[in-house]
Design a protein around this ligand. Structure first.
Ligand SMILES: Cc1cc2nc3c(=O)[nH]c(=O)nc-3n(C[C@H](O)[C@H](O)[C@H](O)COP(=O)(O)OP(=O)(O)OC[C@H]3O[C@@H](n4cnc5c(N)ncnc54)[C@H](O)[C@@H]3O)c2cc1C
Length: 495
């Protein structure tokens, strides 16, 4: 393997590969009826953040090297071998997707975990290898005074993954991360390296944005960056139902707002009745910015409160008080843009072997948020699930990606549930998710694809009307179906 023997890890069969899979199999009460594959003797298993998708793979390669010629040669060789052996080929980073979007059965699986960044400060862009994580990106940009233009609100994820799900976050008033990517290089199913951008191979660029790795393996990307700045938060308490329209109004009235998000009260007594909108604007003094830390107060100090919420309305009430009253008073000071987004997922990790955290996300027009709240009030409290948190974001129109969740400006509602890892927990979650998706589609909205595969076939098509066109084009560029994953198997293989 030449240069790749030093740091590239080729994990052989007969062992559990990767921390996620190990953690999954340590859980003791996983019942056989969850529809999960039994752990085959000696099989190499990979899992994702749901801990519900242990998937046997034939070969697992972990890459630390930069996206150089040796990396491209290795990728081409492995792709060719997978084609000869008729096995799928899947490339991923942190595997925080939750429905097997980063996994394919009996595949060659390539985990990218690279740490390189080439900045071009004059043009406010940088080039990164596909597998660099946002924590590393921030680590490179912070000392030179820059910050990612759009990323998620946690820093664990891979940059190409972020493009492949077209993720969004707190930076406003932008659309998904894809809108900030200038170009990328992709290895297609034939092993050719093609450059994709808004002027070159545009359809492939737009299919790959939010295309869950089904068009090829991204090698590297060129993306926009913005100045890192010291920001000051403003806290607006308001009825939950008004949050969507107020969010949009605040952004329209004040273009200086750089980051914004909303929260809703999750106590059963006042479920989604009260809301909080937090906006961040640059302060005048931008000298001597401190190095990026984490976002601090609420996410670190209040972890135990956050995790004590299941089953206790009293704790949920206490947490809302902490967030709406104490937070603004104690933790509501100035913070840099980079510190705000430099937060690992592990900060809120459940550390509970009997439960798993499951995310949901829905996109509705701002003026429909009140209807969305009614739907949630009717569907969630009567389920068996524990909602720990809801965050609202603004996402501008996406006119590019084929699997597009924001055909108009949307409020994104991100919900974090704690799910019991039992048959009843899983069945109830599937029922509740599908009920919520139905209501959201009825409002002209969409659900987000990187989470559990609980939508029905029809719900998938109604949320993503270009799915049929996407699948037809994918079959043309990848006739042997090398690049697949469990989401392809579930919804697209039969289209
Ligand atoms: C705690 C938590 C918080 C989250 N917060 C947000 C948020 O704020 N906003 C938001 O929009 N989303 C959010 N998400 C969803 C998250 O953005 C996606 O799950 C994302 O995919 C995670 O990145 P990853 O590196 O783990 O991706 P992976 O799961 O590793 O991969 C995701 C997809 O990208 C493909 N892929 C990755 N790299 C390549 C490559 N080089 N070439 C081709 N295909 C590739 C994979 O095959 C897979 O289909 C959150 C998820 C979690 C668990």
């Amino acid at each position: 393997m030449g240069k790749f023997t030093r740091r590239t890890l080729l994990v052989g069969g007969g062992a559990l590969a990767g921390g996620l899979s190990t953690r999954y199999w340590m859980k003791e009460n996983i019942p056989a009826g969850l529809g999960l594959p039994a752990a085959p003797q000696g099989a190499m298993l990979l899992d994702d953040a749901s801990q519900l998708n242990p998937t046997p793979v034939q070969k697992h390669i972990v890459v630390k090297e930069n996206a150089d010629d040796a990396f491209i040669a290795m990728l081409r060789r492995e792709l060719s071998e997978a084609r000869t052996d008729r096995r799928p080929f899947v490339v991923h980073a942190a595997r925080h997707s939750m429905g097997g979007q980063s996994l394919a059965k009996d595949a060659t699986a390539v985990t990218l975990d690279q740490d390189f960044l080439e900045p071009d400060t004059a043009n406010s862009i940088c080039r990164v290898p596909a597998g660099v994580r946002w924590a590393q990106v921030i680590g490179h940009l912070d000392p030179i005074g820059f910050s990612p233009k759009v990323m998620q609100s946690n820093n664990d994820f891979g940059v190409a993954s972020t493009f492949c799900v077209n993720a969004h976050g707190w930076p406003v008033p932008h659309s998904g991360f894809g809108s900030t990517v200038r170009s990328l290089r992709l290895m297609n199913a034939g092993g050719e390296v093609v450059t994709c951008s808004r002027t070159e191979n545009r359809d492939l660029f737009n299919m790959t944005m939010g295309g869950y790795g089904l068009t090829g393996a991204i090698i590297d990307l060129e993306m926009e960056m913005v100045p890192n700045r010291r920001l000051k938060p403003e806290y607006i308490k308001l009825p939950g139902r008004e949050l969507g329209t107020r969010f949009v109004k605040e952004l329209a009235d004040d273009p200086a707002i750089e980051m914004a998000y909303g929260r809703l009260d999750v106590t059963i007594d006042g479920f989604f009745e009260d809301g909080l909108l937090i906006t961040y604007k640059p302060v005048e003094d931008q000298s001597d910015l401190p190095a990026a830390s984490g976002s601090g107060f609420l996410s670190r100090t209040a972890r135990h409160v956050f995790r004590a919420q299941p089953g206790s309305d009293r704790v949920k009430r206490g947490r809302w008080y902490l967030e709406t009253e104490i937070g603004p008073a104690v933790g509501g000071g100035e913070v840099t843009r980079n510190s705000l987004i430099n937060e690992p997922v592990v900060t809120l990790d459940d550390r509970d072997p009997t439960r798993t955290d499951i995310l949901h996300e829905y996109f509705v027009a701002p003026e429909r948020l009140a209807d969305f709240i009614t739907a949630c009030q009717e569907v969630i409290p009567s389920s068996y699930q524990e909602l720990l948190n809801i965050t609202l974001r603004y996402v501008d129109t996406d006119r590019e990606s084929w699997l597009n969740y924001a055909s108009t400006p949307r409020i994104a509602a991100v919900m974090l549930f704690s799910q019991e890892m039992t048959v009843r927990g899983e069945a109830d979650m599937a029922r509740m998710t599908s009920a919520l998706i139905e209501r959201v589609i009825g409002m002209g909205g969409a659900y987000y694809l990187p989470y559990r595969l609980h939508a029905t076939d029809r719900q998938f098509i109604r949320s993503y009307p270009r799915a049929g066109e996407f699948v037809a084009a994918k079959r043309e560029i990848d006739p042997d179906l090398l690049f697949t994953n469990l989401m392809w198997d579930r919804y697209m293989a039969r289209l």
